[in-house]
Design a protein around this ligand. Structure first.
Ligand code: SIN
Ligand code: MN
Length: 272
């Protein structure tokens, strides 16, 4: 659980980095799981523009035992339930690889606009809990935040790709040419008096952020990866409505069964 001071920091800034997160053995376990997932050709795996480098894999908690345990890890699920004051389920799970030298940008955006506009999510009773797979430094494209922007609610930004029929309309929502990206004029207004902060910290750090905070990340200029696992927890009473053409389950889960935390003191271990 978060301390009252941590909770206050989270509520004020819209994000919180806890450096003392998962231990080195747990990080090792997650890194191995990520490497195996990157190697599997799957519809939920996306590549960078070079067509070769893995950008992200989604929905891994549904097929990988380490990721399945991670979403019920008390260090992640505890704070998510505390912040949202209720039962939660996983709306979205992804691992962003940000490979050495080829890992591309995540343009400035709010997450909640995707979930409200694309998935029909009613309220922002949803939180991201991320685990840094590698040390995040100013060289490898750490997550960047405009503190306090979660208090602005949903910022109306036009969808970049034309909506309509066709397969994989959601693909630009996973690429460096992101839908609903915030442009420079708007960013200038948003950052005035707020600035930009970077979430740098050691591998294993846990990073919580509000679904409305404006965030993004730059390219990875270093020779090392900058992997991040992102678990998005949604409150069960905010589960998605039925839709005519829903996004795939790995982007917008429809199974809203409440998650039960694993026991306090649980640690991820290599599957036998
Ligand atoms: C990143 O991995 O740097 C961006 C993740 C996100 O936008 O949720
Ligand atoms: Mn995001």
């Amino acid at each position: 659980m978060l301390t009252p001071t941590e909770l206050k920091q989270y509520r004020e800034a819209g994000y919180l980095l806890i450096e003392d997160g998962l231990g080195p053995r747990e990080v090792d376990c997650l890194r191995r799981a990520a490497a195996a997932l990157y190697a599997q050709d799957s519809p939920d795996r996306t590549l960078e523009k070079d067509g070769r480098t893995v950008r992200a894999v989604h929905g891994c908690h549904r097929r990988d035992p380490v990721c399945r345990d991670l979403v019920r890890h008390p260090r992640l699920l505890g704070p998510a339930m505390q912040i949202l004051s209720g039962d939660v389920y996983v709306h979205q799970f992804k691992i962003n690889a940000k490979a050495p030298m080829t890992g591309d940008v995540w343009p400035w955006h709010q997450d909640y606009i995707f979930w409200a506009r694309e998935d029909g999510m009613d309220r922002p009773h949803v939180v991201n809990v991320a685990v840094l797979l590698d040390e995040a430094t100013h060289l490898n494209g750490p997550l960047l935040f405009v503190p306090g922007t979660h208090e602005l609610g949903l910022i109306d930004v036009e969808r970049r790709a034309p909506a309509g029929d066709g397969d994989a309309q959601w693909l630009p929502q996973l690429s460096a040419d992101l839908d609903y990206a915030i442009d420079a004029d708007l960013l200038a207004r948003l950052t005035a008096g707020r600035g930009i902060e970077s979430a740098t910290g050691p591998a294993g750090s846990i990073l919580l952020f509000d679904s409305r905070i404006v965030h993004g990340s730059g390219t990875n200029m270093s020779p090392h990866p900058r992997g991040v696992v992102l678990v998005t927890y949604n409150r069960t009473d905010n589960a998605l409505p039925a839709q005519a053409a829903p996004r795939p389950e790995f982007l917008a889960a429809r199974d809203a069964t409440p998650l039960v935390p694993l026991p306090a003191g649980f640690a991820l271990a290599q599957p036998v």
